[in-house]
Design a protein around this ligand. Structure first.
Ligand code: PBG
Length: 328
């Protein structure tokens, strides 16, 4: 007589209808934010070499893109500007230019898709002649001299119409300083999505190609977190929440799912995760070689973020995912 199994887990996997009843997590376009790279010019749409399918766009193209994204069910975009080298300086002066590329981009998105949530990146690196996220003095990234620059940048973005400002610089105390500056300027409704737990990662390589924003000297290890650490994540998010962050973020994503899990268990505000440029590049490279089924691995990766506890996913896959699930 063969041994009679009392419990069979496979019963709940028998067919797709049962599987869908017991499914614990799902990804929809409600969860996704599409990052977009902006450049000056007219009718420009230049593919990022290390990110096939991702483009640097002039404002006219950006508008078209946002209309299409909106029709596909994507309701939030994260904007990043590629600034002309001639406009870069030590103080990131261009970042507060009301007629600057970034400010015009925010207005352009709001003009064509007023309900699109615009998330504006707050950091010095796209504007800095040093290519760092903070103010550089004698080779050092000086925290407290960076704070007023970030605060002014955030106010300028809010004035242009940003719904959420997203400091990605990892300076200490910037969330509080930005909150205060926004409130003082009357932007009490503008939210802060803090890149709270951002690691000094090599997975940002393709992004720095896209914006031409790599540091001119040194690396970002004195401000971005050591990839070996996780306890420190608790400290970073507690501080940011105390300073007034409306969302916290973990970045990168796939190699840091343990951190997403940990942060999602303790955070009192929604948790975002950034599925970064290098992660996008990896799946694309493998798919190009015919080594992976692209659509399936992308869907599985996005699901992994939800399973790890993320509420919001910033991903370069957002548009293609929306086409797969919502497209006609
Ligand atoms: C810089 C910034 C980076 C990314 C977003 N904002 C790169 C960096 O810290 O060097 C990376 C995003 C990606 O790789 O997709 N403020």
């Amino acid at each position: 007589m063969p041994y009679q199994l009392p419990i069979r887990c496979r019963r709940n996997r028998r067919n797709e209808s049962i599987r869908s009843l017991v499914r614990e997590n799902c990804v929809t376009t409600d969860d996704l934010v599409m990052p977009l790279f902006i450049i000056e010019g007219k009718n420009k749409k230049i593919e990022v070499k290390s990110m096939p399918g991702i483009f640097r766009m002039s404002l006219d193209q950006l508008k078209k893109e946002c209309v299409e994204l909106w029709s596909l069910g994507i309701k939030a975009v994260a904007l990043f500007p590629a600034i002309d080298d001639k406009l870069k300086d030590k103080l990131a002066t261009e970042s507060v230019n009301d007629k600057g590329l970034f400010q015009r981009a925010i207005r352009a998105v709001k003009e064509v898709t007023p309900e699109m949530v615009v998330i504006a990146d707050v950091a010095m690196d796209p504007y800095s002649s040093d290519g760092h996220d903070g103010f550089v003095e004698n080779g050092e990234i000086v925290n407290d001299k960076t704070l007023p620059i970030l605060a002014a940048m955030a106010v300028s973005q809010a004035k242009a119409g940003a719904d959420i400002v997203a400091p990605s610089d990892m300076m200490d105390g910037r969330v509080g300083v930005i909150r205060q500056a926004l409130d003082k300027a009357g932007f009490t409704n503008v939210g802060i999505m803090s890149y709270s737990v951002k690691y000094a990662s090599a997975f940002y390589g393709p992004f720095r190609d896209a914006l031409d924003s790599a540091p001119k000297s040194g690396d970002k290890k004195t401000y971005q977190m050591d990839p070996a650490n996780v306890k420190e994540a608790t400290r970073e998010i507690s501080l940011d929440i105390a300073e007034g962050a409306d969302f916290v973020m973990v970045k990168p994503g796939l190699p840091y799912l343990d951190v997403v899990r940990k942060v999602s268990e303790i955070s009192t505000v929604p948790v975002a995760v950034y599925n970064v440029s290098g992660e996008y590049a990896m799946l694309n490279a493998a798919a190009k070689n015919g080594w992976l089924d692209y659509e399936k691995v992308v869907k599985e990766s996005l699901l992994a973020f939800k399973r790890a506890g993320a509420d919001i996913i910033l991903s370069y896959h957002a548009k293609e995912f929306a086409k797969w699930v919502n497209g006609k």
